[in-house]
Ligand binder design. Structure first.
Ligand code: NAD
Length: 466
């Protein structure tokens, strides 16, 4: 297919497209480390040579401020590409394992091998990050990829569809645009791995479809990520980081702090500290601030706006319906069963609930689905230890939010309802590889312990050697 054709691929061409990718994979083009490295470099060039166009697309889709384009999308991708390129050879190398006595003489190793063709379905909140982020380990591991950006961020989707054929090897990496119908058709095909980023409801659809072919899935989902303010926390410090984490991309981040748990007698002081930080960051006109993104579309605007009725508005509450904007809003007097506490908020509304102490906060979290992230602000070593050991979440940060995302050595992913499978760094390489166990025996004669005829002596020796 030509470049022009690739931009308007219809669903009935999907099977042929997949066959093309399989035909590329089979003879081994993508196994070559030099090819993998060149493609990773090409992803870097695609991004760095088109920063302006990417900024415009993200401004059109989400009103993303330029600094958030760099911070939330490009910088993470650049450093992740650099990290992967530097380590590619060592990740791909056979990994020696020691040989147990019974297996002697032999050489034993783990041989990472590519899986085949990987389907990557992106979400709209960080459109570039959520397509290229999973693509980096996919290519590093030597796979072909079929990419489908989210239709909810149409300018970003169109730009990726235009740029990818110009920079990446079309024999191995293809992109298609589309929404539910296109995704449904893609999911009928047999891929070797699917990486899906989005909500849990569609995650179930993806997993159901994948089960038809026994295709492994990585589901990067979301959930309600709690933020606990311990009794001795520095409230000013907590408020600053909390406001940043909640307001970046207007709260449309999968690991944004979703709600806060604090002791009743500290609530007012925390609310005042949050207001002071909002003032410092966004000034008087928070709704109109150029440093603050839009809600992605009117459907999501209406979804988030309805949460404003879930409690008493302590800060914010203004909305701009024409431009899909909602002021950073803090809610108090929120009942645990209020609508805002039922689903991931995914917007700039922060409910603050009160709990007696850290134990009550942890019990509150443990009663609910395991979140993608959990946060604690504390100065107390014992609180930190108990929180880390008690609360199960995909990722965790003490005395900050979100920042673990920038650490490539850390796996990133959910647990329970917040997802399955982790990527980023080496764990991403391993996730997108098959770690094949290989044993190569020597031909030196061995004591015939395992061979018939069996005997009591052989039984004894077997126990001893085993
Ligand atoms: P979305 O609407 O962009 O959907 C994601 C993908 O699913 C798209 O490619 C879309 O075409 C496809 N899709 C949608 N409906 C479908 C259907 N019925 N059948 C088949 N495919 C379908 O994204 P979203 O679901 O609104 O994303 C928001 C969620 O994503 C939040 O829960 C957020 O926490 C989560 N998220 C997670 C991460 C992460 O890395 N864990 C990152 C970003 C967002």
């Amino acid at each position: 297919m030509t470049k022009a054709e690739s931009m308007t691929i219809s669903t009935d061409q999907f099977p042929a497209l997949l066959e093309d990718l399989r035909a590329t994979f089979a003879p081994g083009l993508t196994r070559d480390l030099a090819w993998r490295d060149a493609q990773l470099d090409a992803v870097h060039r695609l991004l760095s040579e088109n920063e302006d166009a990417i900024g415009h697309a993200l401004a059109a889709d989400l009103g993303k401020p330029p600094q958030e384009v760099l911070l939330g999308e490009l910088a993470l991708l650049y450093s992740s590409i650099k990290h992967a390129r530097k380590r590619l050879k060592s990740w791909a190398r056979p990994r020696r394992v020691s040989t147990p006595l019974l297996g002697q003489p032999a050489r034993i190793w783990v041989q990472p091998e590519p899986l085949g063709v990987v389907l990557i379905l992106g979400a709209w909140n960080y459109p570039f990050q959520l397509i290229f982020g999973p693509l980096i380990p996919t290519l590093a591991a030597g796979n072909c990829a079929l990419l489908k950006p989210s239709e909810i961020a149409p300018s970003s989707s169109a730009l990726m569809t235009e740029l990818i054929p110009k920079y990446l090897d079309q024999r191995a990496i293809r992109v298609v645009e589309g929404a539910v119908d296109e995704t449904t058709e893609l999911l009928k095909l047999r891929f070797d791995h699917i990486i899906y980023t989005g909500g849990a409801a569609v995650g179930k659809i993806v997993m159901r479809a994948a089960s038809e072919h026994l295709t492994p899935v990585t589901l990067e989902l979301g959930g309600k990520s709690p933020c606990v303010i311990d009794r001795d926390a520095d409230l000013k410090h907590a408020a600053r980081r909390l406001v940043w984490g909640k307001c970046i991309n207007s709260g449309q981040s999968c690991i944004a702090p979703d709600y806060v748990l604090v002791a009743p007698d500290q609530r007012e002081e925390l609310v005042a500290a949050i207001d002071a930080e909002l003032q410092k960051m966004y000034g008087d006109d928070r709704l109109g601030s150029a440093d603050y993104a839009n809600i992605v579309n009117h459907r999501h605007f209406r979804r988030v706006r309805q949460y404003l009725d879930s409690g008493k508005v302590a800060i914010g509450g203004k909305v701009d319906e024409t431009n899909n904007r909602i002021e950073p809003t803090v809610l108090v007097d929120v009942a645990p069963d209020a609508p805002v506490m039922q689903e991931e908020i995914f917007g700039p509304v922060l409910p603050i609930l009160t709990v007696a102490d850290l134990d009550a906060a942890m019990a509150f979290i443990l009663e609910r689905d395991k979140p993608l992230a959990a946060y604690l602000f504390t100065k107390n070593k014992d609180s930190k230890k108990r929180f880390v050991e008690t609360v199960s979440s995909g990722n965790m940060c003490i005395n900050d939010v979100i920042m673990f995302m920038a650490v490539h050595e850390l796996p990133f992913g959910g647990v329970g309802m917040s997802g399955m499978g982790q990527y980023h760094g080496k764990i991403g390489f391993d996730r997108l590889s098959h770690l094949k166990a290989v044993m190569s025996r020597g031909r030196v004669p061995e004591p015939p312990i395992r061979f018939a005829p069996y005997s009591q002596l052989k039984m004894k020796l077997l126990r001893w050697f085993g």
